[in-house]
Design a protein around this ligand. Structure first.
Ligand code: SAM
Length: 450
């Protein structure tokens, strides 16, 4: 192998990494010089993937023509060609190519995923007609009740399988909404086309999907729910009812966090309007310490909230009366002591830019070094409890029976940055800190009544 090709292999690893975080601009920058010397080689295959991601299907086809000229049986290239056909709406042809790829290489996961997407697209086309019937009448049905046509459409949707993207694709989410519903008349009464669309766009369905077993057919309370948009996400996943509380929720504001883009956006509807329109949704602007409800729930969910609860012990003690014998409390805890536990930029290593004010103070676990020297009104003191993993585990075990305690590490690219020097440096501040506290990104916990 020539030195030039070996050098390109190392660069291809960087391309793979850029593509894994969907940084296609970076992947393109890396690939362009390589393509000058290897027009029909592996860089052409990767560039075809970049072009497909960016919607340049003709350019992708030309690159694949060159790549496949000497590799007609390359399974990955067949999948990329199938993706082009899929994007052009040629579903039968796309399916055939994906199956050809699987025959060549039965372990090619992207072909499996594409086949699932093709099946979902076919179902979506059929679902669209039923969705149209419901969307023509659901607002009137809030006062007059559903028509028989709407009931039939809801039943047809309930009988379909939502595709794999029901957290991001609005048609799949609409199928999921009826498919997972425990009562179709109740589902029709609480349907809202706009909210399903916004929930997918703002990424309010991914968490309820992740904890689906604890949402479907359950009554749910979402403690620290954010800005009031999560309710429909839980209803899509089949919740019977949803109560959300958060002190920052502005009941008459349409402003909310678009979690997909990590930026503020307009939800187009206020929490008060959501709760007025949907009887399955109740929203409260308050802290968990002032619990506004007295009944029990099947599921208590806290998504990225426990690291913000300054009085965590008090809040957990206040959740105990909300549990019945088969209830579950489920939370995802973002660990302060991990690489991005400070909640500031950079969130990932590829975002490090030390010219951005503040990054140099916190990156590579330095937020731990500075924590004792911060003023009382600093965000790390007022909004983050900086609880240690063993402390939160002990408080959880004090009030609940822990069934799952899963310490999930940061990405490989993040963990590569943890050197012995950094561990030694952090231990000057916190002598007893364990390596797992620096490497655990989040804790996923499921617990039940003691
Ligand atoms: C990172 S946000 C998560 C919001 C939402 N769960 C999500 O995943 O988008 C943390 C939330 O915890 C809320 N929070 C902080 N202290 C609280 C308290 N004492 N009671 C209830 N919620 C609280 C904050 O207002 C904030 O909305």
């Amino acid at each position: 192998m020539s030195d030039q090709v070996k050098g390109q292999d190392a660069e291809l690893d960087q391309v793979r990494q850029a593509m894994s975080v969907r940084d296609f601009a970076k992947a393109r920058d890396l690939l362009e010089p390589m393509l000058k010397t290897r027009k029909a080689g592996v860089p052409a295959f990767f560039m075809a993937r970049v072009e497909i991601e960016e919607g340049n299907l003709d350019a992708a086809r030309t690159l694949l023509d060159a790549f496949q000229a000497t590799r007609p049986k390359h399974a990955g290239a067949k999948v990329q060609r199938a993706r082009i056909l899929f994007a052009e709406g040629q579903l039968a042809e796309a399916r055939q190519l994906a199956k050809d790829a699987l025959e060549i290489n039965p372990n090619i996961a992207p072909a499996e995923r594409l086949l699932e997407r093709i099946a979902a697209a076919e179902i979506a086309a059929e679902a669209k007609a039923h969705i149209d019937v419901i969307e023509a009448g659901y607002i009137a049905a809030r006062t007059d009740g559903p028509t028989e046509d709407m009931r039939a459409a809801a039943k047809a949707l309930a009988g379909m399988e939502p595709g794999p993207d029901w957290n991001s694709d609005p048609v799949q989410a609409k199928i999921a909404y009826f498919h997972f519903a425990s009562d179709l008349d109740w589902a029709l009464r609480n349907y809202d086309a706009h909210l399903v669309d916004v929930s997918c766009r703002f990424d309010y369905v991914t968490w309820p999907k992740r904890i689906h077993d604890m949402v479907k057919d359950k009554t749910v309370i979402d403690v620290g729910c954010g800005f009031g948009g999560y309710g429909m996400g839980f209803l899509i996943a089949g919740a019977k009812s949803y109560a959300g509380l958060d002190p920052v929720m502005k009941l008459d504001s349409t402003r909310a966090k678009n979690k997909r883009l990590r930026e503020w956006d307009d939800m187009g509807v206020t929490p008060n309007e959501i709760a007025a329109a949907l009887p399955a949704v109740r929203l409260f602007q308050c802290i968990a310490e002032d619990m506004p409800v007295q009944e029990t729930f099947d599921t208590i969910a806290l998504h990225n909230v426990t690291e913000h609860l300054i009085q965590l012990d008090l809040v957990f003690s206040g959740l105990v009366p909300l549990l019945h014998d088969t209830s579950r409390i489920v939370f995802l805890h973002h660990n302060y002591y991990c690489w991005n536990g400070h909640h500031f930029a950079p969130n990932r290593p590829d975002q490090i830019d030390l010219s951005v004010p503040g990054q140099a103070q916190v990156y590579d676990w330095q937020h731990i070094d500075i924590m004792d020297d911060l003023p009382d009104d600093h965000y790390f003191r007022t909004h983050l409890n900086r609880i240690r993993l063993d402390e939160i585990k002990a408080i959880t075990e004090k009030y609940f029976d822990v069934e799952i305690w899963d310490e999930i590490p940061s990405s490989a690219a993040t963990l590569e940055r943890l050197t012995p020097e950094i561990i030694e440096r952090v231990r000057k501040k916190l002598p007893d800190i364990q390596e797992r506290e620096l490497t655990t990104n989040v804790v996923y916990c499921v617990a039940s009544k003691k």
